[in-house]
Ligand binder design. Sequence first.
Ligand code: IFM
Length: 458
Amino acid sequence: MSFPEGFLWGAATAAYQIEGAATEDGRGPSIWDTFSHTPGNVYRGDTGDIACDHYHRLEEDLDLMADLGIKAYRFSVAWPRIQPEGMGPANPKGLDFYRRLVAGLRERSIEPMLTLYHWDLPQTLQDRYGGWTSRETSERFAEYASLVYEALSGSVPYWITLNEPWVSAWMGYGLGRHAPGRKSTAEALAATHHLLLGHALALEAMRSSGGEGRRIGITLNLSPVRAASQHPADLEAARRVDGNANRLYLDPLFPGSYPEDLLDFYRERGIEPPPVREGDLDKISAPVDFLGVNYYMRHTVRASGGGAGPAAGTRFGYLGAETVLPEGAGTTAMGWPVEPGGLTELLVRIKEEYTEVPIFVTENGCAVHDYVDPEGEVNDRERISFLDSHLRAAHAAIERGVDLRGYMVWSLLDNFEWAEGYSKRFGIVYVDYGTQRRIPKDSASWYAEVIRRGGLEG
Ligand code: IFM
């Protein structure tokens, strides 16, 4: 089962989850520093202060990537390393770290894929303007993007403006489970719009400063949604969840509109629609060079309080909906259902309903209860099976005409899993946080072999 020539096999990480060195070389505080240091927000009070200490172990981690034979590395830049207060000139030491990272990748023939925003908003922008609830933050983001682009566009071919705006807006401003810990649906809607506007302004700014051959896109976390039953209440709940999780992002970015059925649902509950100004949607729907898709699960949805069986999660309570575990589906250590077929379904839907721009799976992977066995090995066969089935699903999408150009496993290293702290391990490389020793898991050797072969065995 081989993948197209030039398929970009890679691995992904994000700054706050691996770098550590939280106060070094002029880095300012981000909303995640504040949030994780506030008791009660993160499991066991874990923080990203040290994380995988990647900031100090750059060379070792680059060698690890080279040993695995990955062709691309997706990482994020910490905005507060570049602009400690989210505005003003670039901090040379901050830029220097990413220059070294990119140079190290190129020396090892690994393509850099850079994400500008993976949730670490400078705290000053939250304090001064209310973060993403304000248009000011979209404008500051475009300035920051220009600074990074000016410094690195010569050596970075792939640029991603935002990672998972749904998570930033809804987990951060709607549900309060992520930084900055706000709990307001109106704020989540405003944040959604200002994140997308930030993407648009950054895209415009980067495009206007040239950079022939640079490809710029955005990464969304998307999940196909199905109703738990044919009951009209469940069907309607599923439509609302699809509206919120998928169409609220795909519609403005591609056709250039917000889903009216969803906005009506909010209006009927006295919640203002996003603060759109004239011209915003034209900017937001400006063509991107590629779409990044993060896929973890499908959502099976019922109306809140309806039906039998346990609710799997409450992340859509504000929509009068809840997710359930489909019968027979296995779950990961996060409790998420394992549904590889959802990846094929999602990629085909994007092509048929939204766009034919090239797609990269910019994240896919699973948390496993990994441990080092007495032989010093980590036998993560659940992860191998998860990755294998999802790669087959990606291949099926290619066979159905999807222009899929690459796949980045989440994640290269075990890391700080946000509100779950270090309790959830997503890496193909085990990190012993006490000693910072890296131990490639069995999935790492398996993935290296997939890359070497350019695909899977039939
Ligand atoms: O760890 C996160 C990552 O930061 C964004 N996408 C989902 C991953 C697993 O939860």
